[in-house]
Every structure is written in structure tokens, then in C-alpha cells.
Design a protein around this ligand. Structure first.
Ligand code: BTN
Length: 271
């Protein structure tokens, strides 16, 4: 029997959705890179790329994203929605929310968002999100939003010799629920939630609604945080996320907006 590819079980369940064009790969450079290439070649709204393994998975701030083959959900979606470069964060926000929704439905776990888009159990990172624009000059002609979700990572101490565990700062769904979790089921639920949330992104009122929900589920807000920028770091209380997606940090004398950078929760979230 031919072993099932990631996405094979999900495809029939997505037939009636805008994400029916699901393209699976065993090994790929990066699902985001692949989809940016497809976008440049004119692929339509809703194409999904999913892979078992990435050779050059990419994370925020030009970092790499590593995951042992077969253990994660590595998925990217092409959205042809009207967003400016300054609004690309909205795509990342809805993807983060969709991943949290999916983990609730498929595995029964409640998760939070750590600014900007990490999905976390409050202390450890379960998923990361990367939203990128396919640009024609200043115009965004396509939005590629990808997520890497740690699903069935081996527990620390059980890793194969050529691999790595999730470490202390990351966690997998399997660790949280105590048994393996069906990656295709998580994929279906991510895309179902994303479809509903993307409908909102086409209007200012819908964008405000998604931003409000993000704020409710963002466990960075109200926390003492350390912001690490290139050549500088500072500490303060995270008080809000602006409509531009910037984190506002109260440093005593003013509110400092943070548009990019690493934010460390000085104390873990307790909600
Ligand atoms: C982060 O730095 O937290 C974002 C990580 C995003 C990783 C995902 S895995 C699927 C998609 N393809 C990529 O190359 N990156 C994103």
C-alpha cells in the first residue's frame, strides 16, 4: 500500500471550501517559498501547499525553521485579498488565531498568542507564523501566510540520533495531550477557521473585529516584557496592539511602539 501523504485525508474534507486546491509535497525547500513562486506564476486565491519536511524552512527575521520530517504541520496559503504592505500583519494574526482554534477543536487544548504570532501554551511555543507579500512595486498582489505547528515531535530524550527535540522553550501537541495527534485533522480545522477569518479581512469592520479578537487572545498584553532589538533591549509592560499590528510597551515615560523584534515574557503567562 502506498503510504498516505500529508494532506490526503484532509483533501476530501476541504472540497466545499475555498481551500480545495491542496498541493502536498514529501520534501520541499519551504512551503512559503514554493507558494510565492506559484503566486508569481498567477496561482489563484486559496492554493494551499503542505509538506512533510522542509529543507530550508524560513522563520521571522530571516531565521530558519527546523522540524524533523513527519512531525509537524508545515502549511502555507495563498490569499488574493486587498491588503497593503502595512496590513500584512493582519494575515499573520488570522493565521495565528486559526491555528489556536484548530488545536482547540482537534486536540481540546486552549492556546494563546504571544506577540506577534507565536501560538503558545503560555510558556512554550507550539507554532510560528510567517506572512509575506508577493509585491509588484509597492502593491501587494498576493499574500502568502505559512504556519509551522509542532504536532508529533518526539519528547525530549526520545529523539532519533540525527534529530532534535522540542527543547524547553517549545512544545508539541502530542506532549500537551499525551498521545499522537492527526496532522490532517489539524490542517482541516486550520483552513476552516482561516476561511471564516479571511472573509473578515476584506472590510475595515471585519479587520477591526479580528484585531479585537487577537487582543483578547494575546497573552503578551498586561505582561512585563523585555524587547530585544538589534543593538538595544528594554523592559516595560505590554499594554496594547495597534491597528498597524505594533506592540505598545509602557516604559514609564512613554509608550514605545514595537514593529519587529523579539519579545520575551519576563514572567510566564498564567491564563
Ligand atoms: C517564526 O519564526 O516563528 C515563524 C515560523 C514560520 C514557519 C512556517 S513552516 C511553514 C511555512 N514555510 C516556511 O518556510 N515558513 C513557514
Amino acid at each position: 500500500m502506498v503510504p498516505a501523504m500529508i494532506g490526503d485525508d484532509a483533501r476530501p474534507q476541504l472540497r466545499e471550501t475555498r481551500f480545495a486546491d491542496l498541493r502536498s509535497f514529501g520534501s520541499i525547500d519551504s512551503t512559503n517559498s514554493q507558494l510565492l513562486t506559484l503566486s508569481q506564476a498567477g496561482a489563484p486565491h486559496g492554493v494551499v501547499v503542505v509538506a512533510d519536511h522542509q529543507v530550508r524552512g524560513r522563520g521571522r527575521m530571516n531565521r530558519s525553521w527546523l522540524a524533523p520530517a513527519g512531525t509537524s504541520l508545515l502549511v502555507s496559503v495563498l490569499l488574493r485579498i486587498e491588503l497593503s504592505v502595512d496590513q500584512l500583519h493582519l494575515a499573520g494574526m488570522v493565521m495565528g488565531l486559526a491555528v489556536a482554534d484548530a488545536c482547540q477543536v482537534a486536540a481540546g487544548v486552549t492556546l494563546w498568542l504571544k506577540w506577534p504570532n507565536d501560538v503558545t501554551d503560555g510558556q512554550r511555543k507550539l507554532a510560528g507564523v510567517l506572512a509575506e507579500g508577493d509585491l509588484d512595486g509597492p502593491q501587494v498582489v498576493g499574500v502568502v501566510v505559512g504556519a509551522g505547528v509542532n504536532i508529533n515531535w518526539p519528547a525530549t530524550g526520545e529523539e532519533p540520533a540525527d534529530s532534535q527535540g522540542v527543547g524547553d522553550s517549545a512544545v508539541s501537541l502530542r506532549q500537551l495531550v499525551g498521545h499522537p495527534v492527526d496532522r490532517d485533522q489539524v490542517l482541516v480545522e486550520v483552513l476552516r477557521s482561516l476561511e471564516r477569518r479571511c472573509d473578515d479581512l476584506v472590510s475595515p469592520a471585519g479587520q477591526r473585529a479580528q484585531t479585537l479578537e487577537y487582543r483578547r487572545r494575546c497573552c503578551t498584553l498586561g505582561r512585563l516584557v523585555r524587547v530585544e532589538l538589534v543593538g538595544e533591549s528594554f523592559t516595560g509592560t505590554a499594554v496594547d496592539v495597534t491597528t498597524e499590528g505594533h506592540l505598545l510597551v509602557d516604559v514609564g515615560v512613554c509608550l514605545r511602539p514595537v514593529s519587529a523584534g523579539d519579545v520575551v515574557h519576563v514572567r510566564p503567562c498564567s491564563r
